[in-house]
Design a protein around this ligand. Structure first.
Ligand code: GLC
Length: 749
């Protein structure tokens, strides 16, 4: 018996150890979750054939690239966009796939997120978007977009974070971290100098090194160095005569060498134009080279991509070794192990209550109260009659505008938001169209289901609104732009700053008919406001997404106290804009090369973008950068710093903020730095720190703001590096760039 037991025991031990050895020996390094990512990359790379390496560096469909079936590496799915997960299109075409499970939450466009000046909220935004992407099976979101608002005509400014590189830097980092915290890669775009739409495929930007490094790169640098972005999208335009999707200077030198970027450079769709440059100048994944996949190429048009069969053939012919290819594949594999192969990813959620809450909170905190003469706002609806006017009160805004267009589960319009909020009050709400703008209800095959057709003439529409306004207690106009062509949309810039569709006449007529006229501007860009003095209350409502009407009702009724601050200068006209002050060479550029091949656009204003320009020229904009009112009032006072000089550039400032009004509210304390004397011309002041504070009535908080040597530095074109010159500096603090109530001098030794 004993022998039998002993035998069985030995037999069991033998099989267990065999199994253990067998199972341990069988897990290759690249599949071993306990191994370091770089070891897994090298192991996978070593196992891949040339054909497999070529497969993973270019698209196989509109939004996906191949994995490696044989090794168990899944296909890699990307999707737009920066403020919501785009509905699925057909494998190889832009048309809708017709899914019924891909409706999403539309979060507010990123200009609204920037207007919150709230980095924590940006992290929440990125995290929520990441969960939506996870649920939809996407491993890379093609966003955030962070190109600088150089001109108020910029077609895609609504997708970006405004004019200031510091604000953009502080807001993009948490967004990237939040998104990637759930194992979804960001793809920060469009790197770089893609500040307009009209000629985006052909514009060759000429810009000083100072403007490049001080204005246009900091957001990307922060996203990469602090945010640890896993993806960067090359821009369509050229810089130094090379397309930015394969650009030696911006990709190989600055992004990968100087900044140490270890993720993937993805082309914009159709942004690759040359095999040798695509091989050597920093491009890692080629997407969307103009083909609908069906009418071009025999079997699969994606074989025609530069980084596809052409590249493979050139290697086999000995034109290239696999040196560059292996470097691209390493970056792609690293992305796989961060996303598709990442077993630690949490669960995804789509259209959850939390995501709607985040969308509503970002909208609430991003809406900017620009003007409120006579405290017309917040409205007091009890027993009142409110006339709501304007197409933007009813028009869906989540559909349209280009690649960031969405198919939402719901979108609350401004009119719906007010009706819902006031339904149990004895307030009467009427509606008048006021004007007719864009009645199409379709973008890229997504339909709004709205029929906005109205054949009445502008005169009839205005007459109807004015007649109703005469007997209303409040008139709330929702106007602005609407993401249709030339009205804040991808592919085209606006032609003027003016409001379209005759809205100016409507607004003037209504302001004359009713003293309690409130204008809510829905846009991603500033618009000219010739009637500003006649309209007591003006609100900047961005493209606010699914909860637009809810958030606007929150603000207009005072349920929420507005605390947004402008992320760009609201110029009176283009004459106040640096980009438009140097003729067409500066915007939109001068064509060169015969059959209009390239348009050279020289950023002649240099570093003087936005408030940097209006300060330099001593101009008074309609509303200043960082401006935003509240239903309460704040006092920013008692600015002090422990030391009045620094050796390393690190300074700590303290300032008191008091809520001197009767409502709780948030204010954004902003710190700007002036370099009193410098060997190069510098802006009058530059934003270098900010903090949002929430205060109860009467409450005072001490806010600490810190700066470092970079905050005192300019880009030195002699040494090709940052430089802070010893001498005197001034720190200005307040709650808008034109409301700096405190200042303190200090010295850099
Ligand atoms: C577009 C846009 C880019 C988008 C991509 C995919 O042309 O420039 O932002 O992510 O193509 O739709």
């Amino acid at each position: 018996m004993k022998h039998r037991l002993a035998f069985l025991l030995l037999f069991a031990i033998f099989h267990f150890s065999l199994f253990t050895f067998h199972s341990l020996a069988q897990v290759p390094v690249y599949l071993d979750q306990t191994k370091d990512i770089e070891a897994r990359v090298e192991d996978a790379l070593a196992r891949m054939t040339l054909a497999e390496k070529i497969d993973v560096i270019h698209a196989q469909s509109k939004f996906s690239s191949a994995g490696v079936k044989r090794l168990g590496l899944p296909d890699f799915w990307t999707d737009d966009g920066p403020h919501g997960v785009r509905p699925d299109v057909l494998w190889d075409e832009w048309e809708q796939a017709g899914q019924t499970n891909d409706s999403c939450v539309a979060f507010p466009a990123l200009t609204c997120l920037a207007a919150t000046w709230n980095p924590m909220l940006s992290a929440e935004y990125g995290h929520a978007l990441g969960e939506e992407a996870l649920y939809r099976g996407k491993s890379m979101i093609l966003g955030p977009g962070i190109n600088i608002y150089r001109t108020p005509l910029g077609g895609r400014n609504f997708e970006y974070m405004g004019e200031d590189p510091y604000l953009t830097s502080r807001m993009v980092v948490p967004y990237v971290q939040g998104l990637q915290s759930v194992g979804v890669a960001s793809c920060v775009k469009h790197y770089c100098l893609n500040n307009e739409e009209e000629y985006r495929h052909k514009v060759n930007v000429i810009v000083s090194d100072r403007a490049l490094h001080e204005i246009y790169l900091p957001g990307f640098e922060a996203a990469v160095k602090e945010g640890k972005a896993w993806g960067v999208m090359g821009a369509y335009n050229l810089y130094k005569d090379e397309h930015n999707c394969h650009n030696q200077y911006t990709l190989n030198k600055i992004l990968k060498q100087d900044w140490g970027f270890d993720g993937v450079v993805v082309s914009d769709w159709g942004g690759a134009h040359d095999l040798d440059q695509a091989v050597k100048n920093g491009l890692d994944m080629e997407f969307g080279t103009w083909t609908n996949g069906l009418s071009e190429g025999a079997s699969n048009a994606y074989d025609m991509y530069y980084l596809s069969k052409q590249y493979q053939k050139a290697i086999l012919e000995g034109k290239y070794t696999t040196k560059e290819l292996d470097e691209k594949v390493r970056r792609v594999l690293r992305t796989f192990f961060r996303t598709t192969m990442n077993k630690q990813k949490p669960y995804g959620f789509l259209c959850s209550e939390e995501h709607y809450q985040t969308a509503r909170l970002v909208a609430q905190q991003g809406i900017v109260l620009l003007q409120n003469e006579g405290d017309v706002l917040p409205i007091e609806p009890q027993g009142k009659k409110i006339l709501v006017v304007g197409e933007n009160a009813i028009k869906m805004m989540t559909v349209g505008g280009g690649s960031s267009s969405l198919k939402v589960q719901h979108e609350i319009s401004p009119l719906q938001g007010l009706q819902e909020r006031l339904k149990n009050t004895d307030c009467q709400i009427e509606y008048a169209r006021g004007y007719v703008g864009d009645t199409s209800g379709n973008y890229n095959g997504v339909t709004t289901g709205q029929n906005l057709k109205d054949d009445r003439s502008p005169e009839e529409l205005i007459a109807e609104a004015v007649e109703k306004a005469k007997t209303a207690d409040y008139v709330i106009i929702f106007g602005g732009l609407n993401k249709s062509d030339y009205q804040d949309s991808e592919g085209h810039d606006r032609k003027t700053m003016d409001l379209p569709y005759g809205q100016d006449n409507l607004i003037k007529a209504l302001a004359t008919a009713n003293k309690n006229t409130i204008y809510v501007n829905i846009s991603g860009n500033a618009v000219s406001m010739p009637w500003k003095k006649q309209v007591p209350a003006i609100v900047q409502g961005w493209f606010l997404g699914s909860e637009a009407g809810t958030a606007l009702a929150d603000i207009l009724t005072g349920d929420a106290n507005p605390c947004g601050k402008l992320p760009f200068t609201w110029h009176e006209s283009l004459e106040q804009v640096g980009a438009h002050s140097f003729g067409e060479a500066a915007f939109p550029g001068i064509w060169r090369g015969g059959e209009k091949k390239i348009i050279d656009e020289e950023y002649k204003e240099g570093i003087f973008v936005g408030y940097r320009w209006t300060d330099k020229q001593k101009l008074k904009p309609t509303f200043a950068f960082g401006h935003g009112l509240s239903y309460t009032t704040f006092k920013v006072s008692n600015l002090r710093s422990e030391f009045d000089e620094t050796a390393d550039g690190n300074m700590t400032f303290k300032v008191d903020v008091t809520n001197t009004g009767s409502r709780p509210g948030c204010d954004v304390v902003q710190l700007y730095i002036t370099d009193v004397k410098c060997s190069v011309e510098r802006p009058v002041k530059e934003l270098k720190a900010f903090q949002k504070v929430t205060l109860k009535p009467g409450e005072t908080q001490t806010v600490t703001l810190t700066t470092d040597k970079r905050a005192l530095s300019f880009w030195d074109e002699q040494t090709d590096n940052w430089k802070a010159e010893p001498g005197e500096f001034i720190a200005w603090v307040g709650d808008a760039s034109d409301r700096l109530t405190c200042k303190v001098k200090f010295k850099l030794q």
